[in-house]
Design a protein around this ligand. Structure first.
Ligand SMILES: Cc1cc2nc3c(=O)[nH]c(=O)nc-3n(C[C@H](O)[C@H](O)[C@H](O)COP(=O)(O)O)c2cc1C
Length: 313
């Protein structure tokens, strides 16, 4: 604290603190804005043929998914998607013809043209759902109610194949226009411990964490001002799926916040060799709970206090 702060009366010190917090908030929002603005896609109306890399993949994915969605409606319009078609025809020549997303876009375009010319809905693009909706689980609590954050792990290492399987399952997560902006950085053993030092919430147990997964999203997948928060949403959804997948595979985990100042997230990005456009969502500590470990009680609110009533709060 400055000498002014030390000798000032309590009310003045409180005001000074508030001013400082406000300045910090402005500084961090400004840094977030710069990162997002440098990475983002323009919005649909401003798209030119100059897109490349992840921006190009995201725009093409966004557009071909509009075709898939349109054809999965109860009554698809006919014709539809003419603007999407024009944009895809402009963008596809710039993309790697062998990339999977380009193949998806081409098959979607063909399906759109077939539909608009009076044909049927393509089974490849918007297939009939051939399995019935999931029947109710007999005892959902036995899955949902048995996951707890674990902060006391045994020395047993985590099988890398299980981590990969968990990521594969987490990829079933929904994402905006199916853009799947996720990246995971997996570190085991001593390297996991070093990565955990970039956040504070694991200080009491980081020495015994066998593996850590850092979840990021690529801000180049998001477009314009309206999608400025989308990466945090898609990243959070993926993180939760990953934790449920770990639980389903018999692994224990603890989500770990990345509520850190930009300089710390930057240092982590450098350490992981991550791109500047990667927004760091959170870390997840993974391992096998030590036999006889405790868990925090973490009591839950009652549903009545969470479900908003029609009349307001
Ligand atoms: C985004 C996020 C960040 C978290 N960060 C930490 C953390 O830094 N350290 C920690 O010990 N727990 C952390 N937790 C775990 C929460 O304390 C825990 O999920 C909550 O108390 C509910 O308990 P449960 O996970 O056992 O159901 C975090 C959870 C979330 C969702």
């Amino acid at each position: 604290m400055s000498s002014l702060g030390k000798f000032a009366p309590r009310a003045l010190r409180r005001s000074l603190k508030r001013v400082k917090v406000n300045l910090d908030v402005r500084k961090e929002f400004a840094a977030d804005r710069r990162r997002y603005a440098a990475a983002m896609l323009p919005d649909d109306k401003s798209i030119t043929a100059n897109l490349s890399g992840m921006n190009l993949e995201a725009q093409i994915t966004k557009d071909y998914h509009r075709i898939e969605k349109g054809l999965a409606l109860q009554q698809p319009r006919r014709p539809f998607g003419l603007e999407v078609q024009r944009r895809l025809e402009k963008l596809l020549p710039a993309a790697d013809p062998d990339a999977e997303y380009v193949q998806h876009a081409r098959t979607a375009l063909t399906a759109l043209q077939q539909w608009n010319a009076g044909g049927g809905v393509s089974e490849d693009i918007s297939p009939l759902r051939d399995i019935p909706s999931q029947p109710a689980l007999p005892d959902p609590d036995s899955f949902f109610g048995t996951r707890h954050s674990v902060r006391d792990f045994s020395a047993r290492p985590v099988d890398p194949a299980l981590l990969e399987r968990a990521v594969e399952l987490a990829l079933f997560s929904p994402s905006v226009c199916n853009r799947q902006s996720w990246r995971v950085h997996i570190r085991q053993g001593e390297e996991a411990r070093r990565v955990l030092e970039f956040q504070n919430g694991s200080a009491g147990f980081r020495d015994i964490v066998p593996a850590v997964v850092v979840i990021t999203v690529d801000a180049r997948a998001f477009a314009g001002a309206k999608e400025r928060n989308q990466g945090w949403i898609d990243g959070g959804i993926f993180a939760m799926s990953l934790v449920w997948a770990l639980h389903a595979l018999g692994l224990d985990s603890c989500m770990l916040n990345m509520s850190v100042p930009t300089f710390k997230a930057d240092a982590l990005r450098r350490h992981l060799n991550a791109d500047d456009s990667e927004l760091v969502i959170m870390m997840v500590a993974v391992g096998h709970g030590r036999e006889g470990h405790r868990r925090a009680r973490s009591p839950r609110r009652g549903t009545a206090s969470v479900i908003a009533t029609a009349g307001g709060a």
